[in-house]
Design a protein around this ligand. Structure first.
Ligand code: NGQ
Ligand code: ZN
Length: 452
């Protein structure tokens, strides 16, 4: 048994002082005692908040962050031209590359305070589409990277069969993604076997999108215990294609045809009509928001206010990894609302005037639900995932409580995360990942080759 001690920590009941947190050998929290003494405990140097779940990652895209920004030859760039670039890039990645890139990404996520990642993984096969000898090779590389970096992971093998709604032929650039249901389930089973008994890992399912699966396939996955993640309603064109093919918008189609409930996470859900917002919120499904990627790809602005008013659950992901910090995702989420509404402090209500606190608590709960793991709170039975903010850092000094969370989210560019504990293990010290240099060296080697 190990014990940590925090002078100040955010517990489910609110801010508490002199908190002693004991853990079991597997990295779960056994007890949380405010008003305790530090005797025999490791002192956490700062203000302690729960580690934040990242509910949407395509780790390999970390390697193309910043490399797909220029105007295309057709003179107009969009989500769809970015996707062409991404498909070309996909062809270059070996399993070792994928692992090196993922390890770098996961170390970065930890340094910024993400302690769990949902890896929405569809890059399954060799460049010509032939499965690897181990069909889950690429997924297992991500598991290896997560273990190396010390981050918790929810592997979400993705079912990808078609190239457009519903049942269009896939494009050559999608070859590495494709499986039939049997091939897909084999990958899921191998992921489950590799993570059995591992408290730092879980496995869910990810039908990629209504563009990639058929209604029959979706129905076959919908019995699973979850989590079940699916991209939905990210781009206007996708909404128009779904309307033309089915007579319904993507979220409405899912409401009508899939048993949406708390197992589900709809990634993006950017374009919803008011009726879709209230109906989706009522299912208990999580909206998986990826603000920096949604801005980068020109997706649109999520309707945060009506979603919150309807009691909608939400979490954040870094998706294409143009951003890698919870701070930036939360800032972008609130700031995009300000730009579109001409107001400030949109993510607030009478009970909680601080957007920093309101958004943090929302994404802890929604992110934990979407991860299918015991995350998101400093409480017995949860994973011991702790982020220690350096209260003496110039970004935070003089702030306290909810005001300190606002300062963390909305002020400056530096990173005031000092220490990160993940599954009871110290993985970031003095702002640096403990294996950072070795992980970065392997990443640099891969990047020089990929971009040469
Ligand atoms: C993805 N990314 O699966 O990586 C997608 C692009 C698609 C985002 N949507 C591919 N941000 O949706 O077809
Ligand atoms: Zn995605």
């Amino acid at each position: 048994m190990k014990a940590f001690f925090a002078r100040e920590a955010l517990l489910p009941e609110g801010w508490a002082r002199d908190v002693r947190i004991t853990t079991d050998a597997g990295g779960g929290i056994l007890s949380v005692e405010p008003g305790a003494t530090p005797a025999g405990a490791e002192l956490l140097p700062g203000v302690v908040i729960p580690g934040i779940p990242n509910l949407h990652s395509h780790a390999f895209q970390r390697a193309m962050a910043g490399a797909a920004e220029q105007r295309g030859p057709a003179g107009q760039d969009s989500f769809w031209t970015w996707r062409e670039t991404m498909y070309r890039f996909v062809g270059l990645l070996s399993p070792a590359d994928a692992e090196a890139v993922a390890a770098q990404l996961y170390a970065e996520l930890l340094q910024w305070g993400f302690t769990g990642v949902c890896e929405f993984h569809y890059l399954h096969h060799q460049p010509d589409g032939t499965p690897y000898a181990e069909p889950a090779e690429m997924a297992l590389r991500h598991l290896a990277a997560a273990r190396r970096a010390g981050i918790g992971i929810t592997l979400l093998p993705s079912l990808y069969r078609h190239g457009g709604i519903f049942g269009r032929d896939p494009a050559p650039g999608q070859r590495r993604f494709l499986n039939d249901l049997d091939g897909f389930m084999r990958i899921v089973e191998h992921c489950r076997a590799a993570t059995a008994g591992d408290q730092q890992a879980a496995v869910g399912l990810a039908p990629h999108s209504l563009r990639a699966v058929t209604p029959v396939m979706l129905a076959a996955l919908a019995d699973d215990d979850g989590p079940i993640h699916i991209h939905a309603a990210e781009q206007e064109r996708e909404v128009a294609e779904c309307l033309a093919a089915t007579g319904a918008r993507p979220v409405q189609w899912l409401l009508d045809n899939a048993p949406l409930d708390a197992r589900w996470c709809l990634i993006h859900a950017t374009h919803m009509e008011p009726g879709e917002i209230t109906a989706l919120a009522a299912t208990g499904a999580v909206a998986g928001l990826c603000p920096s990627t949604e801005a980068s790809l020109g997706d649109g602005i999520f309707a945060l206010r009506p979603w919150l008013a309807a009691g909608g659950r939400l979490g954040i992901g870094t998706d294409s990894h143009v951003g890698v910090s919870p701070r930036d995702e939360l800032r972008q989420l609130e700031t995009s609302q300000r730009l579109s509404l001409g107001e400030r402090a949109v993510a607030s209500d009478a009970a909680q005037p601080h957007p920093g606190r309101l958004l943090l608590e929302a994404v802890l709960a929604g992110g934990a639900q979407a991860s299918g793991r015991a995350l998101g709170a400093i409480a017995p039975g949860r994973r011991c995932d702790l982020v220690v903010l350096d209260a003496e850092h110039p970004t935070l000094v003089g702030h306290a409580g909810d005001g300190l969370l606002d300062a963390w989210v909305f002020s400056g560019q530096a990173n005031p995360v000092h220490t990160v504990i993940c599954g009871g293990r110290r993985v970031v010290e003095a702002g640096r990942h403990i294996a950072g240099p070795e992980i970065a060296a392997a990443f640099a080697q891969t990047m020089r080759r990929l971009l040469a």
